[in-house]
Design a binder for this molecule. Sequence first.
Ligand SMILES: Nc1ncnc2c1ncn2[C@@H]1O[C@H](COP(=O)(O)OP(=O)(O)OP(=O)(O)O)[C@@H](O)[C@H]1O
Ligand SMILES: [Mg+2]
Length: 316
Amino acid sequence: MTTVIRTTALNKIYEGAFRGQDVHALKDLDLDIRQGEIFGYLGPNGSGKTTTIKMLLGLLFPTSGKIEILGSESIDSATVKRNIGYLPEGAYYPDFLRGEEILAYYGKLYGLRGKELKKRVDETIELVGMQHARKRLLRGYSKGMRQRIGLAQALISDPKILILDEPTTGLDPIARKEIRDLLLQLREQGITLLISSHELLEVEMISDRVAILFEGVLQKIGSMAELLTQRELSMTVDHLSESSVSDLTDKGIQVEDRTGNRAVLRLPFHMSSYDGVEMCKAHSLNLLSISPRRETLEELFVRIVSTASKAREVVQ
Ligand SMILES: Nc1ncnc2c1ncn2[C@@H]1O[C@H](COP(=O)(O)OP(=O)(O)OP(=O)(O)O)[C@@H](O)[C@H]1O
Ligand SMILES: [Mg+2]
């Protein structure tokens, strides 16, 4: 599969940024983002996501290392303009303008004029499903509608790569789903999407691959199938007594969703289904169902970040 963005040993040091001390915001980052995928770029606050994005957009210069975009190493503004669409976090557009006016304005910034401009405005409005509201003032738009116009703005130059910073923050569940569907639709059209987000459930639902960053160091990169492999068993049981509950909890088993004598038991990773069945026998539990559960992206994230921060404490 073709790589559209590649960073090699990329470093960014903000010199004298923190009380005169340097901040090493990105450390030897090796990243590859592939043609046509949705790539989730994750990490806690201050881990270096925006720094990376700014360097990809040519807004910041790397201290060292290499960036290639579509095989080209020169990240000048023409390369970026031609190939990358960008929706910054919490993008603000003047609300006395109509949706279509915003798009025409950005289109002009990209050098589009006349028929070509009109065609592109029509296409992007259609793409984000805003035909019905194109002539309305932004003032009257909901957050979801604003975000759609933001996406249309990022798409106006017909980019091959779209970089989105927190595209679903502050949206209600319906608007989130709409934006999610829209992003999947863009992927269908062959656009590569790089999404930086703290909304891990959203990211898990749509991403093909993710990277997790902590304090400027890449901790993990891979597909959901590769990263979320750990499975634990969950068992629904009946005839659960108070004494069994305390005994099971002592063994590291989580007791959830209790209603009367019925509950869901979540077994720790090291326990097999055989162990689970034996445990039911030992406690005279009636086993109703047993199923494996994949680790969620959120759980993986918390596990990786807490391991990395513990390791750092040991070093310090
Ligand atoms: N312009 C700057 N000057 C100095 N230090 C900066 C600058 N921008 C970012 N930093 C520092 O670089 C590190 C990475 O910041 P960055 O904004 O890239 O993180 P982030 O992952 O985008 O965080 P968030 O999730 O909060 O948006 C932080 O320690 C931050 O304080
Ligand atoms: Mg950021």
